[in-house]
Ligand binder design. Sequence first.
Ligand SMILES: O=P(O)(O)OC[C@@H](O)[C@@H](O)c1c[nH]c2ccccc12
Length: 262
Amino acid sequence: MSKQQLEDALKRQLCANRKIFVPYIMAGDGGLECLAERIHFLKECGATAIELGIPFSDPVADGPTIQAAGKRALNNGTTLNKVLTTLQNMKESRAIPIILMTYLNPIYAYGIDKFAEDCNDAGVAGVIIPDLPLEEENLVLNHLQNYGIAFIRLAALTSSKKRLKEIAQRTEGFLYAVSVTGTTGSRSTHQNNVKDYLNQLKKMTDVPVLAGFGVSNPQQAQELGSACDGVIVGSKIVDLFHQGKTTEIKSLLQESINTAVF
Ligand SMILES: O=P(O)(O)OC[C@@H](O)[C@@H](O)c1c[nH]c2ccccc12
C-alpha cells in the first residue's frame, strides 16, 4: 500500500461521516505468527489503518506498556527484516494500510535505502520516526519519496506555533497530534488545552489530524475526536491483546467509531 492508498482509506472514512481509528500494535508481541491474524482482526473491527511498531531496545517515547511489549517481541527474536518479510507474505490478503513506527536506529542499521525499498515491496503505506526531528529528516525523505511512502510527522503540545505550522505543512498522509506531554500510555484525563491545540492544527493543514497518546476508552476517543479527524490508540490495545481480551478490543473500536460525532 502506498501513500495514495493511505490517503484514500482516510478520505473514504471521513466521506462516510465517520471518525478514523488507528490502532497501534507491537510487531512480534505474541510471536510474528499471529501478526497477520491480528491485522485482519483489527480491520474487521473497523480500523482505518494500522500502526505497527518495530521493537527497539531504547524506545525513548514509550511508556511501560509498550516498552514491555517491545521486550517480549525482542525476546521472541523479532527483527525489522522478519517483520518486513511477514508483511510481504501477507500483502495480497491484507487490504488495510500499514504504517510502520520505528525509531531511527533500526532503519539506520538496516540501511536507509534498503529499508525504503523493502517497505515498498512489503506494501507499507507510511512511516513514523519519532526521534527524527525536522532538521534531520532529509536523511530519509528522498528515499521514502522515491517509493511513494508517506512520511507522517508528529506535532507536540510543546512546539511553537511556527514549528507546528511547518510540521503541519510538511506531513504526508495525516498529521499525528501527540496529545500529552510525556510518553505513550493510558491516562485518565488530558490537559484541558488539548482541544484548542487540535483545533489549531486542523486549521494548519488539509490532511487529516489524528490525536494519539493517552487515549484508552470510547469517551476519550469521542472527546478528542470531536476536535480532529480521529484517534490512535496504542497501549490499551497492546495490553488487551496481551491478555487475550479480543472482545474488549472489538467493543473499544466499535464504540469509539460509533459514538464519534462530527
Ligand atoms: O500508547 P498510547 O498512549 O495509546 O499512544 C499511542 C502510541 O502507543 C503509538 O502511536 C506509539 C507507540 N510508540 C510510539 C512512539 C512515538 C509515537 C507514537 C507511538
